[in-house]
Design a protein around this ligand. Sequence first.
Ligand code: SF4
Length: 419
Amino acid sequence: MPIVRRKTRKVIVGDREHGFVGIGGDAPVALQTMTSTYTYDIDATVKQINALHQGGADMVRVAVPDKRDTVALKEILKQVRVPLIADVHFHYERALEAIEAGIHKIRLNPGNIKDRPKVEKVIAACRERKIPIRVGANEGGIVERQDKGQRAEEKSALEQDYQGQMTAIMVEKLEEYLRIFADNDFFDVVLSAKSVDPEIVLSAYRECSRRFDFPLHLGVTHAGPPETGRIRSVVALGALLAQGIGDTIRISYAADPIHEVEDGKELLQVLGLRLRTEPELIACPTCGRIEIDLISMMAEVRRRLKQIDVPVKVAVMGCVVNGPGEAEGSDVAVFAGKHKGVIYVSNNEGVAEQVATVPEAEILDRLFEEVHKFADRVRRGEARLKNQKVEIKPPDPIGELGSGWGKIKKDGIALPVMR
Ligand code: SF4
C-alpha cells in the first residue's frame, strides 16, 4: 500500500535560478543536508554544496554564525544551482544579511533569539522576499536558561518523566514561537522538533502532526557517526514517514554530509517516497547452502553498479533455494549452483528468462554484460523496470493549501524540482 501523506500547508523554497522545491502539501518529501565547511571558505563550501546536490540533496543548509559567512553567501549563490538555507542561531542580523544576499530559506530558533522585535524583523524581511522560515525546537537547547524559576520547574518535570515531559516542553515551545508568527500573519513556516532520542522524536512529531498543519522537517540530532547514527535515524524517521508524517528530512551524521544524502535518499526510495535513480542491489545473507564465494563478490558488484545510471534491480543469490523467486522480482538475477552462476534477465513482458549458465570465475563479467544490455533496452523504451512500482506524480507547485503563489507568479515560472 502506498503511504498516505498527511496533508499540510505548503511552502516553496528556491527561485528560478536555483530551482523550486516544495515542502508539504502535494510536494514529494524533500531531502536536505547541511555543509560541514566554514561558509566563509567560498571554494570549499561551493564544492561541497555541488557534490551534495549532485548526490541527490534537494536543498542544502549552511551555517552563518559570522558576518563573513553571510558576506560569502552572495558569491556562493552565484556558483550553485540548488536552493540554500541559512542556519541562524543567536544573531538575528545574520538572518537579515542572509535574506539580503538572496538565501531561499531561514532556519531560526526563536528560543535563542529572545527579543521578540528581532524575530519580527526577520519575519518582516522574509515576508517581503517570500522566504519560508523553519522554526525549530531542539531537545538540546529547549530547557529555559534565563528565567531561573521556569528552568527549575522544567528540570524538575524532566526528572519525573524525561521523555514525556521533554516532548511536552518541545511542543509547547513551538506553539509559543508560532504565536509570534501568527501575530505577524506569517504562515510560510516549517516546523521541527528534534532530539537524539528516537522515542522523543516519534512522540514530538506525532504531536506536532496532530496539532499543526505546517509542514514538518524530520531529523534526529547528534545521531553520531553513520555506523551508530544510521539505526537511530532510520528507526525514528522511517516510522514517521511510514505513517505519512514528514515533508522534508535531514539525516545528521558526524561525517562527510554526503553520507546523510546517500542514506536519506535510500530511506525515501525504500519507502516509495522518491523515485529510484540508481541501481538497487539485493543479495542473500549466505548460509550453509552457499555454492559460490558471494561475500567477496559483493564489493565488486557494488563498484560496477555505480557506473550504471538506470535503476536496474539486480539480485545475487548464493544457491537455488530463493533464486527463482528473486529472479522473478528482479530485472537481472544470478543464482549459484555448484560453482556456476545461472543468469536470468527480465524479457520485454517482464518475465524472467534464463540467458546463461557460466563458471564461477565468469559470473561477474557475464552478469554485467546482461545488466548493461538490459539498461540499454530500458533507455530505448524496450524494457520495463520492475522496481518502479511507485508512481510519484510531479507535484502541482501551488496546491490548494500552498502559500507559494506569489513567489511562483513573481518569478514567472511554475516548474517544481522533481527527482
Ligand atoms: S539463497 Fe541459498 S545460500 Fe543464500 S541465504 Fe538463501 S539458502 Fe542460503
